[in-house]
Structures are given as structure tokens and as C-alpha cells.
Design a protein around this ligand. Structure first.
Ligand code: ADP
Length: 469
């Protein structure tokens, strides 16, 4: 499955945006966690240092010496003594413990006290009431006296703050991503819209409209670059095609005169002398071949002039039923000679705006093909109808039909389905090219349905007379 350029660009931008948001989120989370930890540490150090200043020992009884009329000191001591305990360093006996620590069950054995004394620093400890940070420090108020002071602070508020920040991040990141996805989709769509327009304009340029150019907006951007490059290619293409058309027109024109002269000479010698039967038939068959060539050259010339826009196509009211009836009548003897049934049907008057001569040619070519490719005993029918604001021309035969892979090519110049099918049948593969040109010039559409061995149906839709072109 190939994704459209718009989808791919949107996904690319959205992924980059998501990675950036993720990086910003992760970095800010880590920075905040580190800063909160540093603050917590500083707070604990401050509490411990403060307690060192206020603690006095009378015998083995620690007391707090502070000015209870100073609210700052009272508040500080209240804060610092919420979680604290003091051990005698000599025997590991607990000398004082705050209610807060007692409730947590943080009571250490004499060995543990010795271990803390061996390395007095801060420890993070898990308790039944969450994680705690304990600072350990030694107090020596007098010679021979050593105590271990432990001051604690709960780490839950810090973890809760971090958790809330993470939640907030997710609430910001996810909606931002969705909004960004929509915005990027819209922006990429808007940026690519002129490109799609350019493609649509380019698609409208065909071999017959090589004089058209893509619009250059004048902004000097990449789109203008593409349009200009394409237009330059069109200029070269138009010149090359023009040369080729001129060449084939000139060639066809030049061939006509010698062929006519040749035919005249053969005819003359046929009339002037009595030839033995063999030579007589050879000369007659030469005339037939020359006629075939002349027809081909005539078709070539017509198409070349049509391409060059040298052929005028009138726009008059044409009674399609009358034209079709005349063509059928004209072809009736040919149909009879080939043992074919030729039918014509029209239930109502149908008129189109166009060129009667070219429409007659269109019907002739289609009926000629239908009769060429239908074996003896078969039937060919032409029907004219109207549907809404369109006129319908249907040419149906019960002939050899065409395989599905042939149908898309039959309007190409010089295309003839495999020679085995058509070797015996005259034609150079130009008839349907002309049909398509006529249909195009009448702003019509052509459809082909064909089944090998069963027959083909060519349907043409033309705008009715009076309907907008
Ligand atoms: P041609 O001069 O060979 O008839 P056309 O352009 O008229 O050239 O047709 C192109 C090819 O399309 C033919 O050679 C033939 O193979 C096929 N074709 C056209 N009309 C019919 C039809 N009614 N039935 C079967 N094949 C057809």
C-alpha cells in the first residue's frame, strides 16, 4: 500500500513533533526531579544544622534551648523536631524520639546505630507510611560525650508533586499531538493543493492541445519552476509534433499526384489494348491497390490537417436521423453484397449542433467497420436515440468482436488488431482515429463494448442541439 504524499508528509511532521514533545517532557521531568531532590536535601541540612545549634545536654537528657518568644525560632524548632531522634553513641541507647518517628517505628538497634556512626550521611528509607530521608550527624557537646542525631523528612510530597507534573504533561502532550496532527494535515494539504491543480492542468493537455501552457503564478517558487520546466518541454514537444505533422501532410500530398498519374496510365493501357486475361487481372488488381493507397493517403492527410487545426468543423443544426437514414441507404447495397442484414432504427427526431459532413463520415466509418468485421449472415444495426440532453448513436454488430486487451488501443493511429483477424480486411487502422477526432470536436463521448465471437457495440453521446457545448 502506498500512502499519499500528503499522508506521508503529515506522518513525518507529526512524528518529529511527537519526538520533540517527548524529549521536552522527559528532560523537564528529570530536571524538576533533580531540583526537588536538591531542595529537599538543602531543607534537611538546614533542619539538622539548626538542631545542632539548639540542642543542649544535661547529663544524658537532651533539651532544646531557644527563645520561645521568638516566633521564627519556635516555628523552626517545631518543624525540625517533627521527625528526629537521638542515640547515645557509646551504647546505642535511644535518648530522645519525636512522636512522628515513633509512629513510623523507626527504632534502630545498637549495631545499626554504630553503622550510622561509621558513615554519617543521609539515607532514604522505606516505611509503612512512605519513603523517608534521614540525616545522620554526630554531636559531641563535651569531651567523652558523643551522640547520634537523626533528623527525617518525608519524601512523599516530592514524589506526589512529580507524579502530578507527569499527569499534567500527559494531559498537555496528548491533546497537543491531536491538534498538531490536524493542523499539519491541513497545512500540508494547503501546500500541496497548487501541485494537484498543476497536475490537473497538465492532464488536460493532449496531443491536440499542445499549444496550451501551465499557469505560472509568478512567485518564483518550486511550483513555478515545475510549471516553467513543463512549459519548456511543451514548447519543444509542440515544435517536434508540428514538424512530424507537416512531414506526414507533405508526404501524403506529394504521394497523391504520382499515384493518380500511375492509376491513369494503367487505366489507359487497359483501355487501349486487349491484354491476355492474366495480365488484365494483374493490372486490375494494381488499380485496386492504388485505390487502397489513395484512400489511406487521403485519410492520413485529413488527420494531419485535423491535428493542425486546418479543418473547419461547422456548428449547424444537423438532423441526425436524416443523416443516419441516408448513410444506411447508401450502404444497403454493400451490406447485401456481403450477405449482411443492415437495420436502422430511430423512434423520434434527434438534432445535434455540429457538422453534417463529419457526422456522416463518423457513421460511415463505424458502419464500415461493423460490416468489415461481421461474417456473412450476420447483422449490423444503427440506432439514433435521445436521453436527457444527449443524443445517442449506437452501432451494433454480431461480428467477430474484440478481446478486452484490444479495445483500449483501437482509437490509436495505425492500430489494427492482430493481422490474422484482419489481414483479409482492408484498412490501415486510421478509421477510428478519425471517429474519435470527430466525436471530440463535437464535445461528445464514445464507449465500446465488445465480446469476442459475439459482436461489438459502439455508442456515441453528443450534446443535443441547443444544449450548452
Ligand atoms: P481499420 O481501418 O483497420 O478498420 P480502424 O481504426 O477503423 O482501422 O479500427 C481499428 C481496429 O479496431 C480494427 O483493425 C479492428 O481490429 C478493430 N475494430 C474496429 N471496429 C471493429 C468491429 N466493429 N468489430 C471488431 N473489431 C473492430
Amino acid at each position: 500500500m502506498t500512502l499519499s504524499l500528503r499522508t506521508r508528509l503529515t506522518l513525518l511532521c507529526a512524528t518529529t513533533f511527537a519526538i520533540l514533545l517527548g524529549l521536552i517532557g522527559a528532560t523537564s521531568y528529570r530536571l524538576l526531579a533533580r531540583q526537588l531532590d536538591v531542595d529537599e536535601m538543602a531543607h534537611l541540612t538546614q533542619l539538622t544544622a539548626g538542631l545542632h545549634g539548639y540542642l543542649r545536654f544535661e547529663g544524658e537528657h537532651p533539651t532544646m534551648a531557644f527563645d520561645d518568644s521568638d516566633t521564627d525560632q519556635v516555628a523552626f524548632v517545631h518543624d525540625a523536631t517533627r521527625y528526629y531522634q537521638i542515640y547515645d553513641a557509646h551504647n546505642g541507647r535511644l535518648l530522645a524520639q519525636s512522636d512522628g518517628l515513633e509512629a513510623l517505628g523507626l527504632h534502630f538497634t545498637s549495631d545499626e546505630v554504630q553503622a550510622f556512626l561509621g558513615e554519617p550521611r543521609t539515607y532514604d528509607i522505606d516505611t509503612a507510611y512512605g519513603r523517608f530521608r534521614l540525616s545522620n550527624s554526630v554531636i559531641s557537646p563535651a569531651a567523652g560525650q558523643r551522640y547520634l542525631l537523626q533528623v527525617g523528612t518525608p519524601l512523599d510530597p516530592m514524589h506526589n508533586a512529580l507524579g502530578r507534573y507527569l499527569e499534567l504533561l500527559l494531559w498537555i502532550v496528548l491533546p497537543s499531538l491531536i491538534v498538531a496532527l490536524g493542523a499539519i494535515w491541513w497545512i500540508v494539504g494547503a501546500a500541496l493543493a497548487p501541485l494537484s491543480q498543476l497536475a490537473a492542468d497538465a492532464r488536460r493537455i493532449g496531443i491536440g492541445t499542445l499549444d496550451r501552457r501551465l499557469p505560472v503564478r509568478g512567485g518564483g517558487d518550486q511550483l513555478d519552476e515545475v510549471a516553467t520546466a513543463f512549459n519548456d518541454t511543451l514548447v519543444r514537444l509542440e515544435a517536434a509534433v508540428g514538424e512530424m505533422r507537416q512531414f506526414s501532410a507533405a508526404l501524403a500530398h506529394e504521394l497523391r499526384t504520382p499515384l493518380a498519374a500511375l492509376r491513369g496510365e494503367i487505366e489507359l493501357s487497359l483501355l487501349q489494348r486487349r491484354w491476355p486475361p492474366e495480365q488484365q487481372s494483374a493490372l486490375t488488381s494494381q488499380i485496386e491497390e492504388i485505390d487502397k493507397l489513395t484512400r489511406l493517403i487521403h485519410q492520413l492527410l485529413t488527420l494531419a490537417r485535423a491535428d493542425a487545426g486546418d479543418i473547419p468543423v461547422a456548428r449547424q443544426t444537423v438532423d441526425l436521423v436524416a443523416v443516419a437514414a441516408a448513410v444506411t441507404e447508401h450502404l444497403e447495397p454493400v451490406a447485401q453484397s456481403r450477405d449482411l442484414q443492415l437495420r436502422f432504427e430511430a423512434r423520434e427526431p434527434v438534432s445535434v449542433a455540429g457538422d453534417g459532413g463529419w457526422l456522416e463520415r463518423l457513421l460511415l466509418n463505424l458502419l464500415d467497420n461493423a460490416m468489415k468485421f461481421t461474417p456473412k449472415g450476420g447483422s449490423v444495426s444503427l440506432s439514433i436515440s435521445r436521453e436527457g440532453d444527449r443524443a445517442g448513436i449506437e452501432v451494433r454488430d454480431t461480428g467477430i468482436g474484440m478481446p478486452a486487451d484490444v479495445v483500449p488501443h483501437i482509437f490509436e493511429r495505425f492500430y489494427r488488431a492482430d493481422t490474422a483477424r484482419s489481414s483479409a480486411r482492408e484498412g490501415a487502422g486510421l478509421g477510428l482515429s478519425l471517429v474519435r477526432w470527430i466525436v471530440d470536436r463535437h464535445q461528445g463521448r464514445i464507449q465500446v463494448a465488445s465480446h469476442p465471437g459475439k459482436g461489438s457495440t459502439f455508442t456515441i453521446w453528443l450534446p443535443l442541439d441547443g444544449s450548452p457545448p
